[in-house]
Ligand binder design. Structure first.
Ligand SMILES: Nc1ncnc2c1ncn2[C@@H]1O[C@H](COP(=O)(O)OP(=O)(O)OP(=O)(O)O)[C@@H](O)[C@H]1O
Ligand SMILES: [Mg+2]
Length: 142
């Protein structure tokens, strides 16, 4: 059983990110979730920016994948866990890829560092045999 202080998931949405659907599915589902929870415009915009960057990376660097968004509560505080997964090539040097300005293909290289600035925790893992998993946690101000 969870203690009252434990982080517990209350709602979870997922959507495929593919070249044909692009980011529209996850954006639409996320917006509906934020509206239903009455999330203010600023944190909602920041969360959508994180989703855009993660989804953009899936499309650009891996081709297709999935993004899930989960509602968290901890001691009465609301937060979100966003997990982006794909079966692409993975990231050779995660530390380097997370630095502002690093891009393998002439992008701005500000996606992963921007996500870090907008969130409380970012965990990037390579998946076996190949692929990338990025987990982001963002807590909202009371
Ligand atoms: N899902 C992924 N699969 C493989 N490599 C990735 C993935 N996400 C990021 N990377 C690698 O990390 C680098 C940095 O990503 P980041 O999002 O910061 O910059 P970018 O995508 O190159 O440019 P932009 O600023 O337009 O997002 C990428 O150039 C790429 O090499
Ligand atoms: Mg990017």
């Amino acid at each position: 059983m969870n203690s009252p202080a434990a982080t517990t998931a209350r709602r979870r949405i997922c959507a495929a990110v593919t070249p044909s659907s692009s980011l529209s599915k996850i954006r639409t589902k996320a917006r509906a979730l934020f509206n239903s929870l009455h999330i203010r415009i600023q944190p909602a915009t920041e969360l959508l920016t994180i989703i855009n960057e993660l989804g953009g990376n899936i499309l650009r660097h891996a081709g297709r994948g999935e993004i899930c968004l989960e509602v968290l509560t901890q001691e009465g505080r609301l937060g979100f866990r966003i997990v982006a997964t794909d079966s692409g090539p993975g990231i050779a040097d995660i530390k380097k890829a997370s630095q502002p300005g690093f891009s393998e293909d002439n992008g701005l290289g500000l996606g992963l560092s921007g996500i870090t600035n907008l969130s409380d925790k970012v965990q990037i893992d390579n998946l076996l045999p190949h692929g990338t998993r990025v987990e982001v946690i963002k807590w909202l101000s009371p």
